[in-house]
Design a protein around this ligand. Sequence first.
Ligand code: 9D3
Length: 232
Amino acid sequence: MLRVDIITIFPGYFREVLDFGIIRRARAAGLVDIQAHDLRGWTSDKHHVVDDRPFGGGDGMVLKPEPIFAAVESLVGAKRRESIAGGKRVVLLSPQGKPFSQSLAAEFALTEQLVLICGRYEGVDERVADALVTDEISIGDYVLSGGEPAALTVIDATVRLLPGALGSDTSAVNESFSDGLLDCPQYTRPPEFEGMRPPDVLLKGNHAEIERWRREAATEKTRRNRPDLLKP
Ligand code: 9D3
C-alpha cells in the first residue's frame, strides 16, 4: 500500500477532494492511505509560527525550516536526504522545481511512501530543498497561491497508476503521453446534434478504416495543440 503524507498549513483543503472518483475507490480498496498534516503541529512556540521575514529583506514571508524538518523526521524517520530509505520520496512542491511528468508519476506509483511539502507565502527556506527533499517539483509555468493544488495534481496522477486503481474497462496503457500523441477525438450518441455530425467513418464499422482515421486525427490534434510533442 502506498502511503501519502501531505505537509500543509491548510489540511482542510484536501478533505473533500480526496473523496471522489478514482482516489476514493483506491482508498476504499486499501491501495493508498492519504493523510494531510497541519505543519503548525510541528511548531513549539505558543503561537505556532511557521513563517518569518526573509533574510536580506523583501516582501512576503518565508516558511521556516524547523517545523518542516521536524515534520519530515517524524513522518519518514530521517532528517537528511541521504538518510531517506530507498522507496520513499520527499517532494517539495515549488515554482522553482523540475517539471512534473507522467514518468515521474509512474516512479511515484512504485514507492512505499510519498511526502508532499506544500509551500505558501513567498517561498520555503532553501535549506529544505538543499538538504531534505529528494524531488523539487513544479506542475507548470503559471503562478499558484500555494503548493496545495500542485500536491493534489501529483496525488491524482500517481494514484490512478496504482495496480487495481482503474476499473477493468479502463487501462493506463495506450494513453496520451504514453505513446507521445494526444488522444484522438471521441463521439457518442446522438449521431446528429444541432446540425453537427461525427465523421462518417466512425458510424460505419470498418475497423481498419477507423484505426487509420484515429491515428490521423490524433496526429492532427497534436500538431495543432501541442506541436512540441512532434518535434524530434
Ligand atoms: C515565482 C513566484 N515567486 C516569486 C515572487 C513567488 C511565489 C509565487 C507562488 C512563491 C510561491 C508561490 C506558490 N506556488 C507554489 O507553491 C507552487 C507552484 C506554482 O506556483 N506553479 C507551478 N507549480 C507549483 S508547485 C508549488
